[in-house]
Design a protein. Structure first.
Length: 273
């Protein structure tokens, strides 16, 4: 069977490393590749697949684009308006969102501390899924810090529609005074490492838990600063691992997924220049 991760950019994705490690440990002669698919291209890609394809992982900018192309959607895909997984079978294309349960698992593996108040950097599909995860963990209020408030509107509306959600207010990412003054139990970053400036690190230095979904380059400035200061760091690899575990379960039908083997493969890949 064939599987792949689609997105743009895609060159540095660790998804092939994790999935291939799982397939090898499970004794499956499956393939998993990284395929560059630009915005607007996912429909044509799906139409070109044959019966040898079993599943796809989706990253930016395709998680929302794929939604109208699906035959069915799981509950988290419906609530979030985004799917990071597509299962392919004779019945059609089935969309899942494993980012939400993956974020819950990643956070709770690292800490059992309260996450009542959150600061979230960035307003895209991953931010929406993470806010939904925080809502499940008891978060009641979140400040969403974005470059463009209009682009964050869909995320705010998504969270507001969910049955259990934090109250979200939107502020400009450039307003460092707001960031430093906002009390928070957890900082979630979905912005590139290049946007993690020394001033931003200083403004967020008091937040006890840092969750950075980015893992390239590694470590990101936010994670490096958190670890140096003895704060709890939840990493992009943690999120990638736990959402991939659910993807492997869904694609293979196997529940004996080798979590430790997948994690070790990811750690080795990050350590390799």
């Amino acid at each position: 069977m064939h599987c792949a991760v689609l997105g743009d950019p895609i060159e540095h994705s660790l998804s092939p490393v994790l999935h291939r490690a799982a397939y090898a440990a499970l004794g499956l002669d499956w393939t998993y590749d990284a395929v560059r698919v630009r915005s607007g291209g996912v429909a044509a890609f799906l139409d070109g697949l044959d019966a040898s394809w079993r599943g796809l992982s989706l990253t930016m900018p395709l998680k929302r684009e794929v939604m109208p192309l699906l035959t069915s959607r799981d509950s988290w895909a419906v609530v979030s308006g985004a799917a990071n997984t597509v299962l392919l079978d004779a019945g059609g294309r089935h969309g899942l969102n494993t980012d939400v349960p993956g974020a819950i698992a990643a956070i709770r593996e690292a800490t059992d501390a309260p996450v009542d108040r959150a600061l979230v950097l960035g307003g895209g599909a991953t931010a929406a899924s993470t806010l939904l995860a925080l809502g499940e963990l008891g978060c009641t209020s979140a400040t969403l810090l974005v470059r463009d408030a209009d682009r964050a509107r869909e995320t705010v509306e998504t969270v507001a529609r969910s049955g259990r959600h934090p109250a979200v207010r939107v502020e400009p990412l450039s307003d460092l005074a707001t960031i430093s003054e906002a009390p928070a139990d957890i900082l979630v970053s979905t912005v590139p490492a290049a946007a993690q400036t020394p001033a931003l690190l200083e403004a967020t230095a008091a937040v006890p838990v840092v969750f950075d979904v980015v893992y390239d380059p590694w470590p990101t400035p936010l994670v490096a600063a958190a670890r140096a200061q003895g704060r709890t760091a939840v990493t992009g690899l943690d999120l990638l691992l736990w959402q991939a575990v659910d993807q492997v379960r869904a694609m293979t039908g196997r529940f004996d997924v080798p979590v430790d083997t997948m994690r070790e493969a990811g750690v080795r890949a990050l350590a390799t220049p």
